[in-house]
Design a protein around this ligand. Sequence first.
Ligand code: NAD
Length: 435
Amino acid sequence: MSEKRERASTSRRAFIQGAVTGTLAAGSLLTLPVPSIAQERRTIKSALIGCGGRGVGALGNHVEAAKYAGLDVKVVGLCDAYGDRASRPARQYGVEENRIFLGFDGYKKLLETDVEVILMATPPAFRPMHFEAAIKAGKHVFFEKPVGVDPPGCRNVMEAGRLAKEKGLCVVAGTQRRHSRGYRETKRALDEGAIGKIRGGSIYWCGGALWRRERDAGWSDADYMIRNWVSFAELSGDHIVEQHVHNIDIMQWYMGGPPTSALGFGLRARRKTGDQYDFFSIDFEYPEGVHIHSMCRQVNGTDGGVYEHLVGEKGIARGLKPKDGQVFPQGCPEYPHDREKDYVQEHIDLLHGITKGAYVNEAEQVATSTAIAVMGRISAYTGKRIEWKHMMDPDPKVHKPEVYGLTMRPTAADFETGEVKAPPDDVVPLPGQPG
Ligand SMILES: NC(=O)c1ccc[n+]([C@@H]2O[C@H](COP(=O)([O-])OP(=O)(O)OC[C@H]3O[C@@H](n4cnc5c(N)ncnc54)[C@H](O)[C@@H]3O)[C@@H](O)[C@H]2O)c1
């Protein structure tokens, strides 16, 4: 047996035998009693809101993680705005018809059922509303990143995350790098001072354009926006939030918190539809004159790359440091790792948290990373330096209302009430003034 497989097998045995209760490496994890679910080898009742590509993928990862962890998962409910999206997972998991909830208010009916764990993979704009409702209904949550598109939404997620903690409900976010052995090993090395104090760095996600669907004559504005949500900043947060949040999450994790300000730029050069930019370049400033450059681009035919580089007093660290030592906590089963399988590991960690009392709650950390990305976007859209405290501090003497209260419209609630007017295609914010 290889060393890697043996480690995984030992971890699995430890977990199945319930020998050790562990906590995960991230700072947000606490050991608390979880009242609702405490037995060995039991069936977890799970459901999905948002049955698209990632949602169905996440459900598969969840089911796989449960098997690996010695549990069973029954998919007891599905929710999607559209019936055509829910039909595939419904067939795959044999979900009864009266457990499939359609429409923009379908999540409310799903949350009234006896489901225990809710997976969320709608477009990001819906996350704060769905998350708050799920926590109030007493459900454990896995939610895909990002978890909002504007400052009020990110703060709502932080608040609902605090309520989750009071209720002992576990929350795991789909930022997956924090569940990756390589990234965790790098974090440990940084905390041990391997490269000294971090003095600067760069993070980037550059690649091609994502998908787009032609407008069908029968579609409403809401249909057009939802079926093209990666083109509309009101639903996606723009790609600095939707995609680059992964790297921003690493920056926040490794730096120990959010930057104090963002100053950046961006624009569109190629897109014709929707209202997203094609590229962003943001300078995130931390105390003591530390700057981290963030850039992201979605333009076909350009060079790509997805990286995090940090420059310390004594060396350089890259986010991913694969094939190094094992830093998983004792008692937490480890999936035989490769990058693909980090998608499974995050569900193992969630189920471990729920069933073994190793409480996990990633709401605050993922909402913070989402808000940092939003801060960068606002700076690029306006051309202004945006300070964290102006966007996030609840004190009206400190925050600036135009940033603190900035709300993307149409909102999630507008989709529920049917009051959706799509923004015009190819009209984007232009920073500064013509000069
Ligand atoms: N972690 C990752 O690597 C990763 C990868 C891809 C996508 N994602 C994230 O997953 C989420 C979903 O992305 P996707 O690629 O699956 O998109 P998708 O368009 O394939 O799926 C979204 C689904 O949500 C449904 N939906 C929209 N609004 C809804 C509502 N209010 N209620 C119920 N259903 C609703 C849509 O009909 C659709 O079926 C996004 O937040 C995205 O950023 C994460």
